[in-house]
Write a protein that binds this ligand. Sequence first.
Ligand code: NAG
Ligand code: NAG
Ligand code: NAG
Ligand code: NAG
Ligand code: NAG
Ligand code: NAG
Ligand code: NAG
Ligand code: NAG
Length: 734
Amino acid sequence: MDCLSRLLLISFLPSVWAVAVATAARRSPGCATRCGDMDVPYPFGLDPQCAIHDGFQLNCTTVGRATKLLYLDVEVTKISVQDGKAWLMTLISRQCYNQTTNDMSYDNAWVNATDTPYVLSADDNKIIVLGCNSMAYMQSDSYVIGCMSTCDDPPKNGSCSGTAGCCEAELPRGVRYYQGFFNELYNTTRIWRKAPCNYITVMESAAFNFSTTYLTSTAFYDADDSRTPVVMEWGIARQTCEEAKANETAYACVSDHSDCVYSDAAGYRCRCSSGFEGNPYILDGCTDINECLDNATYPCAGICENTLGDFTCSCPRGRNMINGVCVKSQRSTWMVPVVGASVGLATLVIGITCAYLVRERRKLHRIKQRYFRRHGGLLLFEEMKSQHNQGAAAFTIFSEEELQQATANFDGQRVLGHGGHGTVYKGVLNKSGTEIAVKRCMTIDEQQKKEFGKEMLILSQINHRNIVKLLGCCLEVEVPMLVYEFIPNGTLFDLIHGDHHRQQHVSLDTRLRIAYESAEALAYLHSCASPPILHGDVKSTNILLDGDYTAKVSDFGASILAPNDKSQFVTVVQGTCGYLDPEYMQTYELTDKSDVYSFGVVLLELLTGKKAFNLEGPEKDRSLSMRFLYAMKENKLEDIVDDQIKNSENIEYLEEIAELARRCLEMSGVNRPTMKEVADRLDRLRKIMQHPWAHENPEELDKLLGEPSTANSTATTGNFSITKRAAIGLESGR
Ligand SMILES: *[C@@H]1O[C@H](CO)[C@@H](O)[C@H](O)[C@H]1NC(C)=O
Ligand SMILES: *[C@@H]1O[C@H](CO)[C@@H](O)[C@H](O)[C@H]1NC(C)=O
Ligand SMILES: *[C@@H]1O[C@H](CO)[C@@H](O)[C@H](O)[C@H]1NC(C)=O
Ligand SMILES: *[C@@H]1O[C@H](CO)[C@@H](O)[C@H](O)[C@H]1NC(C)=O
Ligand SMILES: *[C@@H]1O[C@H](CO)[C@@H](O)[C@H](O)[C@H]1NC(C)=O
Ligand SMILES: *[C@@H]1O[C@H](CO)[C@@H](O)[C@H](O)[C@H]1NC(C)=O
Ligand SMILES: *[C@@H]1O[C@H](CO)[C@@H](O)[C@H](O)[C@H]1NC(C)=O
Ligand SMILES: *[C@@H]1O[C@H](CO)[C@@H](O)[C@H](O)[C@H]1NC(C)=O
């Protein structure tokens, strides 16, 4: 696109680090450990032989008077071995008015840490968008998330509200690649004197403090080169702890008193055990913490004594500790026999320990209660009690303990999948042996927390054979957990795009049935409640397959009850690349027609056997919907239909399906059919296919199918072409 004057690039070169784990996970002697005033602890190193492997080799360079630590061309400002994090400076994306050309110029930055040990930390970073007329997105390899920033309210230092020059959005877990880009319909051509630039960046939340000066200058954050700090998690190898321990020569946690820590996103890393500090990657690197020297962290009012990995705190002779303070014993010890003294002491110790434990447990209970209430648990509980009497379906409120047991403490090996909204684990309920899927959500905001109980209540009442049943939830934890029935046969995505070894033949009949069942389920969601329930993230990975390949629509993490009033209007859009309704990205209003658009893309996957979004391919082929619409325009449908189902007999059916998909993908929502119409049409197509006589007689076929509606598809207004332009901008990822 010509509007791109410059593409800023931060790309980490690939280093096949996951495989090439250094032979000896030991640090050679004589390695430099400092660069300027920065520590460079092992597993990092400044020479190839000093780092554990390529991904941890940094360069120390002096530019002018400044000494900088670089990973390839990216500056590293801090490394934490204990937390497994590193702070990097990355470029921001910006869109500025250029007075010379009277046009907008774009600097779109991107980060590509694929095949490196680094992954953006979801907990420490945020997506930040600045500007007075700005709508910008972060696009990772599977998500598009963005928000809109206006200056309807006067911008205030230290506040980022969405209507005062700044908006922010949560970053999903596991992002290694992203690109920032702007919606060109929002620009500063009219307001450039006041606010010449818009910005988007992913940066450390703690380091961001909005200042009104960011809007008026042309360089946000750091005047020199507009870089912002981002927190990366790192791991030694993308293996679980068990896998890593299996190879003793390569296992990195070599120090005594060290533990292995695993995270889904980064793989495994090491940590000194509790009570120890230092570097777990070096032999004898973890040393005992002398707690007695640090009264502030480990308070002790009596005699402090350090032990290996722990410490004891006791009182001088003749005094006992009560509530952390040493007080004179009520009875002098010399008056009681020796035996009595020790019995008394033991009783006292047991007494204090018990009192402590009871207090801790009460505290924990209070915390759990608080979360329970905050998530709308009481409301849910009351409602359920009243509904239970009316014989409503069983919905259970699980305790945290029950779910921990069921999933072996959320073991990494039980992970079924990750989504933008959380991680799903497989579990088995101890009591009944029922298999379940437990979803741990990502953090949700205060407003959502209050709504949560209400939503659970509605979702718990959904009972449809093509919708995954919500069995219950757990509200005692900070972020709620949802419990679903377990569906054994994987996702529709796996069925269509599964790995090459197990590629199976899926007949057109099966594909149509799955499409029909999913459409039915969505139509039901749209009609069963008022206001309707919108799924919000329809895609092939969210359609699960039962034992006999019955479709089950799942993952209501993104689903919302359509808001009744504008005060609930969302200011953050998110969705999955390739499936996201372009109109929703424009208007920020999720409607039932957004689900129809996404379903259209699923229909295309079934028809073509191709993925909805493919970052690998050439730019024009990345988005399946664009590729399909192009093929339709050129009358080259056969080129794109899956070979598995293509034959001379069924071409008419394939054309019918393609036409239906095309209508679902209309740029303007009002022109798309409703989910109910889609389901009905798919149902009729199936019926006709099962009656070959209809195929022999084309007129009969037409009668059964009805004329394809063309009334809507000709509505090509000015609005249409604008919408389309922005959508293409999104899909090409610039
Ligand atoms: C990111 O980097 C990886 C490895 O270096 C490369 O294969 C991939 O194509 C890059 N992705 C993009 C979108 O540039
Ligand atoms: C263990 O790691 C070493 C060093 O990377 C490698 O050469 C060896 O093949 C690995 N052994 C196994 C059993 O994977
Ligand atoms: C360090 O610098 C050398 C030479 O300048 C370069 O070849 C190498 O790729 C750099 N390594 C890293 C990790 O940046
Ligand atoms: C404005 O555009 C001109 C011509 O393309 C270019 O030379 C100049 O660097 C731009 N100015 C800014 C501030 O981007
Ligand atoms: C915000 O703070 C900056 C300095 O950090 C100052 O220049 C500016 O005037 C302040 N804006 C307001 C509205 O107080
Ligand atoms: C942000 O900056 C303002 C002044 O511009 C200051 O009053 C406020 O304490 C800062 N907030 C944080 C969290 O640093
Ligand atoms: C700026 O936005 C307006 C609509 O708000 C659009 O008509 C115009 O073409 C845009 N200008 C540029 C240079 O993108
Ligand atoms: C440690 O702190 C406690 C208060 O928390 C104080 O009473 C005690 O005297 C301190 N002990 C030492 C050795 O500083």
